[in-house]
Ligand binder design. Structure first.
Ligand code: DGL
Length: 262
């Protein structure tokens, strides 16, 4: 049986957890979210890198996983080299799907919806130069959308009008929109209601799940627990009094929720 650690600042990485569960139904998942430092899209780069290395070092000490998924574009686009240097287990990162978007786009105008942090990374410019040099990239950075996804996940309401205002520069110009933040697939139903018909929306979730599947030992990851029950844990770094979040996590399939102080 395999155990993996999936990590984000908030509930965004749940969009990746869902894809992993589809691909690997017998793998147990620890979902660590760093709500103490949320939102990552607003942290400066050195602070974010130091936080990630120290947090994950502490987190793996007591419960070593076979693999770590950094289910956060804001973190992966800056900290993957430092994290890979600090751990000797495989680390899978999530970065915006610029390469597939450039292949899909006919108009060669693609939109990147991400956090403010992600759109300013030099890594994004490098990805564009390498895989989408023939495309125009419309960058929309919004930390507000992250907060909207957090609200929606807890069963709250969000404003479609505001969602439209934020996405409009992409809706007006692009034929492919990349969800470059793992929080944004959680807004997929709302986005589908307001997006132009011809616009294709993509994210990296499925590709990440496939990469995890490739890296895990097939026999272990297929093996069921003796009682058939998988112990998926949700781990916070700061306690929450929010019962709507706890309820959402239980209904997501997490059966243990606790605070860790790594
Ligand atoms: N889910 C994170 C991402 O993919 C962003 C969340 C945050 O800004 O804290 O970029």
């Amino acid at each position: 049986m395999s155990n993996i650690l999936v990590f984000d600042s908030g509930v965004g990485g749940i969009s990746v957890v869902r894809e992993i569960k589809q691909c690997l139904p017998n793998v147990t998942i620890d979902y660590l979210f760093d709500n103490l430092y949320y939102p990552y899209g607003e942290l400066d780069e050195p602070t974010l890198i130091n936080r990630l290395v120290s947090l994950l070092k502490g987190a793996v000490k007591n419960h070593p996983p076979q693999l770590i998924v950094i289910a956060c574009n804001s973190a992966s686009t800056i900290a993957l080299p430092a994290l890979r240097a600090a751990f000797d287990i495989p680390i899978v990162g999530v970065v915006p799907a610029i390469k597939p978007a450039s292949k899909l786009s006919r108009s060669k105008v693609i939109g990147l919806l991400a956090t403010q942090g992600t759109i300013t990374r030099t890594y994004i410019e490098e990805l564009k130069q390498e895989f989408a040099a023939d495309c125009e990239l419309i960058n929309v950075g919004s930390n507000e959308l992250v907060a909207m996804a957090e609200t929606l996940y807890r069963g709250g309401d969000i404003s479609s009008r505001r969602l439209l205002e934020i996405c409009n520069p992409i809706f007006q110009q692009a034929d492919v929109m990349i969800l470059g933040c793992t929080h944004f697939p959680l807004l997929a139903n709302e986005l589908n209601k307001i997006k132009p018909q011809g616009l294709t929306v993509i994210d990296s979730g499925k590709a990440i799940a496939q990469r995890v599947q490739e890296l895990l030992n097939v026999e272990d990851s297929d093996k069921k627990t003796p009682d058939g029950i998988l112990n998926h844990r949700a781990l916070y770094t700061k306690s929450v009094s929010d019962t709507s979040l706890t309820a959402a996590l239980f209904s997501e399939g997490f059966n243990e929720i606790c605070v860790i102080n790594p």
